[in-house]
Design a binder for this molecule. Sequence first.
Ligand code: NAD
Length: 290
Amino acid sequence: MSAPTTIGFVGLGQMGEPMAAFIARGETPLICYDRVPGRAPEGAIEAGELAEVIARADTIFLSLPDGKIVNAVAAEIAAMDDVAGKVIIDMSTIGPAAAKEAAATLTAAGMTFIDAPVSGGRQGALKASITIIWAGPQAEMARHRHIIDLFCANAFHVGDQPGQGQAVKLLNNFLSATAMAASSEAVLFGLAHGVDMKTILDVVKVSTGNNTAIEDKFPRRILTGSYDAGFFAELLNKDVRLYNQFVQEAGTSNLIGARVAEVWQQVEEALPPQSDFTRVFEVLEKRTLP
Ligand code: NAD
C-alpha cells in the first residue's frame, strides 16, 4: 500500500487548524477547507469548496463539530464523482451511531472510513501532543503513520469497527467532564472554608484527588481568570450526552453518568454559546449559597 500523495483537511476550528498546521509542515501537500474562509494554515492550499479538496486529495481528515455535520459532509462526498479508493479519517467526536452511519455512506461509494477521534484539547493540538484513537483497518494506520506522527504524540488502534474509537473517546470525555465539574465543587467547598485556591490545588495535585482539572485547567485557566482551554461547553455537553445515550444502549451502570449529564446540560444553558468549558466553575460558583 502506497502513502497518500495529497492530504485534505476539512474543519479548521480550535482543533483542526493547529493539527492541519503541523501536517502543512510535512512533506505531503495539503489542501484545506472550512466553511469560514481564511483559516488554512501557512503552507497549505485553501480550497474555496469541499469538492476541490475531495478532487485533489486521496486521504481527507475531518475535524467537524458533531455527527449531523459529519454525516452531511459524508453524504456530499459520497455523491461526488471519482471518490472510490479515497480514505476519510474522521477526528470529530460524533458517537458510535453517527460513525457507523458515515462509514456505511462512504463505504457504499467505494471509500474507506476511519473512526479516529482525538484527545488532548487545543493545547495538545498546538503542541502536537494529542492522542488519536483509531478504529479501522490497522494497515491504513500503518500507511498514514508518518502523517499522524506530525500532529499526534500517541496513536492507539482500538479495534477494526467504526464506533469503537468513539466509544473510547466518549468514556474518556465523560471522565474529563466529571473531573472538571466535581473539582469545581470541591474547590468551592475549600474556598468556603477560607483556604485560598492555589493552596487547595497544591495539596490535591500531590494527593489522591488529583486529576486533569486540578493539574491543568484550574492553575492555567481558572486561577488566572483566562478561561481559555479551547473547548466550548456545548461541545463537551454533546460528548456527555452521547456517552449517556450509548451507556443506556449498552446497559452498563450509569449512576454517576446520568447526574453528570444533568450538570453539563445546566452549564450549557447558563452560558452564552462558544463559552469555554472551564467556565463551569463560574456557573457552579453562582449556585453556592451565601
Ligand atoms: P470548532 O467549532 O472550533 O471547529 C469546527 C470547525 O468546523 C469550524 O471552523 C467550523 O467553521 C467548521 N465547519 C462546521 N461545519 C462545516 C462544514 N459543513 N464544512 C466545513 N467546515 C465546517 O470545534 P473544535 O473544538 O475544533 O472541535 C472539532 C471536533 O473535535 C468536535 O467534534 C469536538 O468535539 C472534537 N474535539 C474537540 C476538542 C477541543 O478541546 N476543542 C478536543 C478533542 C476533540
